[in-house]
Write a protein that binds this ligand. Structure first.
Ligand SMILES: [Zn+2]
Length: 266
């Protein structure tokens, strides 16, 4: 399913999701500025995205990272648009990694896209805007964001965790690096944070600070426990984070263990 929302003058939010009893399970946001789209939505909305792309004359798509909810809809924009991404993301687009059934249901298993092109420019020009391409690796091995300094807009993909208290992680997440990336984002004094799942957030300073603070405190706590000789499993038992119902369905892709291990290894 797809929903389109205008944001101010210049940005269109393209929300895609899989429906469950008529409601979106979880939205992922792509954003259009002029002829450019940042991120590509999910595979399960590929037909709606195809119709959108044709109607709104999308010419360039910039994919932030290789998670299926962000690159999955890339095929919808071809051949009218060019699709750009970093080398790790392009490799996943050519050869999508296998997904547990749960994620195939939530986002869809993308078909391979071989036509992607390497993103090599340090900035992206569209109409009167100039977006700096910003390294946001940390959430995964390779992720980019887009910063427009005149409007003070930051397109952050998954750099800022959705929950205020992030209590699980994926194996590829480097949480200490995520904290540093958020601290770098804060230095920009952003007017609007265009989040990959929450949508546009006005004056996001406090929103980001809450997440930096929670993860920084957790890092100190975990490293203290490691210094006392505690194992990952012992730390997990001590923290006693509640585990959501769907955690077993992720087949290990989301786990509290990944979060603790990453915090302990900094
Ligand atoms: Zn992601």
């Amino acid at each position: 399913m797809i929903e389109i929302e205008r944001f101010g003058d210049g940005v269109t939010c393209i929300k895609t999701a899989s429906p469950l009893e008529g409601q979106a399970i979880m939205w992922v946001y792509a954003y259009q500025v002029g002829e450019v789209v940042f991120d590509a939505g999910c595979w399960n909305a590929v037909e709606e995205l195809r119709a959108y792309s044709k109607k709104h004359r999308v010419k360039r798509v910039y994919v932030t990272h290789n998670h299926e909810d962000h690159y999955g809809g890339s095929a919808a924009f071809l051949p009218e648009a060019k699709v750009f991404a970093g080398p790790v993301t392009l490799a996943s687009m050519c050869n999508p990694y296998p997904l547990p059934e749960f994620f195939q249901f939530v986002w869809g298993l993308p078909e391979p896209v071989l036509e992607g092109q390497k993103l090599t420019t340090p900035s992206i020009e569209v109409d009167d805007f100039s977006f700096e391409v910003v390294d946001l690796s940390g959430h995964c091995e390779e992720m980019v964001g887009f910063w427009e300094p005149n409007r003070r807009w930051f397109f952050s993909a998954d750099a800022v965790p959705l929950p205020s208290r992030k209590q699980m992680a994926m194996p590829e997440e480097n949480i200490p690096k995520m904290i540093r990336r958020m601290q770098e984002i804060q230095e920009r004094e952003i007017e609007v944070l265009f989040d990959g799942h929450r949508g546009p957030i006005l004056k996001p300073h406090d929103h980001i600070e809450t997440r930096i603070q929670f993860l920084s405190d957790l890092k100190n706590q975990v490293q203290q426990l490691v210094a006392e000789g505690k194992t990952i499993q012992e730390i997990k038992a001590l923290l006693a984070f509640p585990e959501p119902w769907y955690l077993p369905n992720t087949e290990g892709r989301f786990a509290v263990d990944h979060l603790i291990r990453s915090l302990s290894e900094d």
